[in-house]
Design a protein around this ligand. Structure first.
Ligand code: DC
Length: 220
């Protein structure tokens, strides 16, 4: 059984997807981490992110593995390394390339094959798993998303203003929403939830209730 959670950065989908998987006893797939792994490899190999053919080639050579909460690329642990602002920026560039997406979509379908999973990203309900059992699309207003990101970066001691973050968010949203292949958008049959004024537990309660209701409807 597949549950998809899509939405923009800062909508709370990562926390929600992880928490929902735990509550349901499902596996969890962070597909954004996969695009970040490709971006990290591109930077590591000093490939120009604008060179599409070279980036696609890197994506084919990047072996990504998840082990508990750890992320590995060709057996090197990159869990923290893929969260830097530089990787974040390059990830949104490489995610525009159809060849990269094709490769990662294949891996995502493979990872979900035959198991119960909550898969989180931008295109999980629209492109990767159009027949998913339950689809969610999480949104939050940009100011709230910037505030969450600011708190995260403060905890890591990074010097940046809320205004700068807001600016980056608008730029990334634009790139994610306007790309030709698999743009960020809600599937027609996704349930949209605005998390701006909800706590983590309130979001989780809503998600869990929806999935359990559908599961119980199956047996009636
Ligand atoms: O969710 P995130 O910030 O870790 O995602 C990193 C980048 O990858 C972001 O620019 C959007 C992109 N992405 C995507 O295009 N498709 C996905 N399924 C997941 C992420």
């Amino acid at each position: 059984m597949i549950v998809t959670i899509d939405g923009p950065a800062g909508s709370g989908k990562s926390t929600a997807a992880r928490g929902l998987a735990e509550r349901l006893g499902f596996e969890f797939l962070d597909t954004g981490a996969m695009y970040r792994c490709v971006a990290w490899s591109v930077l590591q190999k000093q490939v120009d992110p604008a060179d599409e053919a070279a980036v696609v080639e890197v994506s084919r050579q990047t072996h990504i593995a998840f082990s508990d909460a750890r992320v590995l690329v060709n057996e090197t642990e990159v869990t923290g390394l893929i969260r830097t602002p530089e990787v974040t920026e390059v990830a949104s560039v490489v995610a525009q390339y159809p060849g990269v997406r094709e490769e990662l979509v294949r891996l995502q379908r493979e990872a979900a094959s035959g198991i119960d999973i909550v898969s989180e990203g931008r295109d999980q309900g629209t492109v990767v798993f159009p027949d998913a059992f339950c689809k969610f699309f999480l949104v939050a207003n940009p100011e709230e998303r910037a505030r969450r990101r600011y708190d995260e970066l403060q905890a890591q001691d990074k010097q940046i203003t809320v205004e700068e973050i807001l600016d980056q968010i608008y730029q990334r949203d634009q790139r994610d929403e306007q790309r030709v292949v698999a743009p960020l958008k809600a599937a027609d049959d996704a349930l949209e939830i605005n998390t701006s004024s909800l706590t983590r537990d309130e979001v989780l309660d809503q998600l869990e209730k929806t999935v359990r209701k559908r599961i119980s409807a199956l047996s009636h």
